[in-house]
Design a protein around this ligand. Structure first.
Ligand code: GCV
Length: 702
């Protein structure tokens, strides 16, 4: 454990086995690495740490090729290191995208070497982490010929951390790791966080919550008073941001801030923040200059506008494009970008239709340095939703896909719920924009201003994520943002080996647990047919999104005596028509709509027959029961690791799985009682209690 007693996650660098030890030692015990930039000092630090751990001996670091050694590792650009220019095609390296790298095993003047090269220093950071990952995973390195480039230009983590108060909205791993009171004093933990992010290719971090103004509602983890997010835009705030940025810069991670749309009023007492007001325009221009004077590599602003109580252009009767373009103009001279969130909804009967109705008419109206950031589904990070219709609708706008790494609706810091399979489903979904074979991932890869954003998960907890197994979600998010074509099995295997070592029984068991955890959660939290928001909401203080309470949100799942589900067909809310025609046709008909989304798109009678003849209500019962069985099984599988996983992590996960079983049973019992009460149809297998009140289940007090 590092000095501050928190986990190393997947960067444990445990000693490698005998199989590759000699070859790793020949090629990596001596390191000839370029010096100069902050990134290069990070490379050298990581090699020291990684190779010491893997080979049990600190490497020799050289500033010239170590001619006496039988082999060595060379890290640098061809321009700076002649030995590298001799070993790789310079043109090929020069053609790599920012962040891309090449790794080659070569013989140089009789020595067995590995070369890690790139056209940028950031690429050298990624290449170094990649090589260390290969060694961690026990891959041979005598014949390497790897070329990698990130598929997505921007790969950003959005913290919902409330500065100064150090609370984290929807965070389940303790207080924020960012200690703004003490900044510009730095902590070792910032370095280790930057290492974790860079090791999986993340290149941007938004330090503060999109809710920059504390909403009137005071929900569970955000009611401490104090300075607010917008105060980071002051001189004092920027000094602190600049200090934090200096750590992340070493790892190629650019800093961003969430800003409040009414910042001119909040900070400088302006009486308007109207995007068409020249004084407001000038204020933002000045502010952008101040920001870039303090932080030259600043990435840009993230904005939640006109949503859930945050200020926005609607306050002045302006559109979202007018609103975003104001900030874009201010940032453009500095190379900055506005990330404008599409999470806007109000009182529409069907919230799912609203983002499209708001933003599709603005397609083509945003400036080039605006990215529209769209949540993966049309509602809000539910265990399963269809893919947002906006991904098929904004061909003249740079888009980013927002995924939620923190498990707001999927069991928070307690439940094991591995989200990589969910994200793969989103990324591989065929939007049919431009014909068949147009997966979502193509919509935001390739273009300079597009990318992937993940809502952050880490906190001050020693585990970082509140549950050791949830670390896999942060890892998987980064790996998928880098390369959405990676398959789930590869990502899982890498994470387990880096985190728990290469014992085949451990790798198989933990990979299997992760693999089965998302389907289990869907089953016990929703019944598996596309229902959403079955959890507790209630009064704001208790809006915990954790406990089951289907009666609390009737409008979201359409439960009635005659059936269940929401009619979003052409004849219903019309949401389905926002998809491309071929997709719309499939979802519009209950006979062709995939079963897992059936009740998201259709309100169906309880006894509607599914393809295999089972009725809707019976399938809901069955899925709720099988979800719990699966969680029990996950717990048994974990228990089999009692003697192989270290005690601390074994007990931590075992306790959470015990609690997950209890919670899954609560979910099951609440949901099946609710289905029974409204349908009046008993479970064929007699498992559902026959009389339960229709009630809002209050959250547990503990
Ligand atoms: C940051 C949901 C969450 C809120 C979050 C919001 C958003 O409503 O419950 O906590 O606010 O999404 O994404 O802006």
């Amino acid at each position: 454990m590092p000095s501050e007693a928190y986990d190393d996650c997947w960067l444990r660098y445990e000693p490698v086995g005998d199989e590759h030890h000699d070859s790793y030692r020949t090629r990596c015990a001596n390191v000839y690495a370029s010096v100069g930039s902050p990134e290069l000092s990070a490379v050298r630090d990581e090699l020291r740490r990684g190779i010491s751990g893997l080979l049990g001996r600190e490497p020799h670091l050289w500033q010239h090729p170590p001619r006496s050694a039988a082999g060595f590792l060379a890290v640098g650009t061809p321009e700076e290191m002649a030995m590298i220019a001799d070993s790789v095609s310079i043109d090929r390296v020069a053609a790599l995208d920012d962040g891309g790298f090449r790794i080659r095993s070569v013989e140089w003047e009789g020595a067995d070497c590995v070369v890690v090269t790139a056209s940028t220093d950031r690429g050298l950071v990624y290449g170094t982490f990649h090589l260390l990952r290969l060694m961690t995973n026990g891959c041979p390195i005598d014949d390497l010929d790897v070329t990698e480039e990130p598929a997505n230009h921007e790969r950003v983590i959005d913290h919902w951390d409330n500065p100064f108060r150090r609370s984290v909205e929807r965070g389940y791993a303790g207080p924020s790791i960012f200690d703004w009171e003490r900044l510009p004093n730095l902590r070792e933990r910032y370095v280790d966080y930057a290492r974790l992010l860079a090791s999986v290719g993340i290149n941007g971090v938004v330090f503060n919550n999109v809710n920059t103004k504390i909403p009137d509602r005071a929900s569970a983890n955000e009611f401490v008073s104090g300075k607010a997010g917008w105060q980071l835009l002051t001189e004092d705030g920027l000094e602190r941001v600049a200090a934090l940025a200096s750590v992340f810069r070493r790892y190629g991670v650019r800093p961003y801030l969430s800003v409040n749309y009414a910042a001119p009023m909040l900070i400088d007492d302006y009486d308007t923040a109207d995007p068409l007001d020249p004084d407001v325009e000038e204020w933002w221009e000045r502010k952008a200059e101040e920001v870039y004077d303090a932080i030259p590599d600043f990435g840009g602003f993230l904005v939640k506008a006109d949503s859930e109580g945050q200020n926005g252009p609607y306050d002045y009767g302006r559109t979202h494009a007018e609103g975003a373009n104001l900030l874009a103009r201010a940032l453009a001279p500095h190379g900055g970008r506005v990330w404008w969130r599409a999470f806007v909804y109000a009182d529409h009967d069907d919230r799912a239709v609203q983002a499209y109705e708001t933003f599709e008419p603005l397609n083509g109206e945003f400036h080039d340095n605006v990215t529209l950031q769209v949540k993966n589904g049309p509602v809000d990070f539910q265990p399963r939703e269809p893919v947002s219709t906006l991904f098929g609708a904004m061909d003249e706008t740079d888009l980013a896909c927002e995924l939620q790494v923190t498990q707001e609706y999927t069991g928070q810091g307690v439940h094991t719920c591995y989200l990589v399979p969910q994200w793969k489903e989103v990324l591989d979904f065929d939007t049919h924009v431009g014909g068949e074979g147009s997966p979502t991932k193509n919509v935001f890869s390739g273009s300079e201003g597009a990318g992937i954003a993940g809502v952050g998960v880490v906190g001050e907890d020693p585990t970082w994520t509140g549950n050791y197994l949830s670390q896999a979600n942060l890892y998987g998010f980064g790996r998928l943002a880098w390369n959405p074509d990676l398959d789930t099995e590869t990502i899982t295997d890498e994470w387990v080996r880096g985190t728990f070592g290469g014992d085949p029984a451990v790798v198989d068991t933990i990979s299997g647990i992760l693999h089965d955890s998302w389907p289990a959660t869907i089953d016990y939290e929703t019944g598996g047919l596309g229902l959403i928001h079955m959890m507790y909401n209630g009064e704001a203080r208790l809006e915990n999104h954790y406990d089951p309470s289907p009666a609390a949100w009737p409008g979201y799942h359409g439960t009635s005596e005659d059936g269940i589900g929401i009619d979003r067909t052409s004849g219903g809310s019309g949401y389905v028509d926002q998809y491309y025609e071929l997709v719309a046709e499939i979802y519009d008909d209950p006979e062709t709509c995939p079963e897992e989304l059936l009740l998201f798109f259709h309100h169906l009678p309880w006894e509607y027959e599914l393809t295999d003849g089972t009725t809707v209500v019976q399938r809901l019962y069955d899925n709720c029961f099988s979800g719990v069985e699966m969680v029990r099984d996950l717990r048994e599988r974990w228990r089999a690791l009692a003697d192989t996983v270290d005690d601390r992590r074994y007990r931590h996960v075992a306790e959470r799985l015990d609690e997950q079983v209890v919670q899954a049973e609560r979910w099951r019992d609440t949901l099946v009682a609710f289905f029974y009460e409204h349908s009046g149809i008993p479970d064929e297998h007699g498992r559902v209690p026959l009389a339960e009140p229709n009630r809002v289940v209050p959250p547990r007090e503990d």
